[in-house]
Design a protein around this ligand. Sequence first.
Ligand code: HEC
Length: 214
Amino acid sequence: MYGNSMRQWVRGAGVVVIAMLGATPAFATSTGISGNSGKDTQTCNTCHNGGTAPTVEIEGPSTLEKGATGQYTFIIRGGAAMTGGVGIAVDNTEASLQAGTGMKKLGAELSHSAPQAFTGTELRFNFSLVAPATDVTLNLFGAGNSANADQKSSGDRAAATKLSIKVGNGTPVVEDPGPDDGDDSGGCTAASSAPVWALALAGLPLTVRRRRRS
Ligand code: HEC
């Protein structure tokens, strides 16, 4: 009956759609990838292999005023040096990254928008970082892949680096850890062996002073 053939048609169309989805490469990353900047240890070398590692560098200010925008350049030198890409991340959620030419934003991170051609043995990615409005020291992570332009993950290799940036007065804004400074949780009351009430009292004047300042 009509109902039956309709159902069959729908099922057939579903199979076609699934087949089409299956045809796209599982890891098409030449148009950018996040999670491989080195911030969470993983870099492009999870997949890219066989090439010679480049040297990489992040150029730009290591101190910024609170809320200021800093201009940075991620430089890849050497390796296969035909085309390349990059993954950039920052370990502070209050900071934000802005993509320059040849880059795009992926979540909170930056990556290449397509493989970029080297100029000689060098490839540069310009981007900016907007600093948080608070005193903090943050880390900018970057991994750069030097590729042979064969549109495969072989014959390429990445290297990673990081840059520490002191925003305002930076961290730690150490609240004196007292005699119990073997503990690197840095004044977290719960983890400290000092009585909680003592820490709370010690923290009180600081809190008040900070409120008044702002
Ligand atoms: C999950 C595996 C995987 C990870 C991780 C990965 N890639 Fe790829 N990448 C591939 C594959 C597969 C290709 C080839 C297919 C394509 O073009 O997408 C590729 C292609 C590329 C190409 C073109 C290579 C060439 O020789 O033409 C560039 C450039 C590139 N990736 C950059 C990066 C960068 C930069 C990172 C790290 C921030 C990265 N990739 C991380 C799998 C990966």
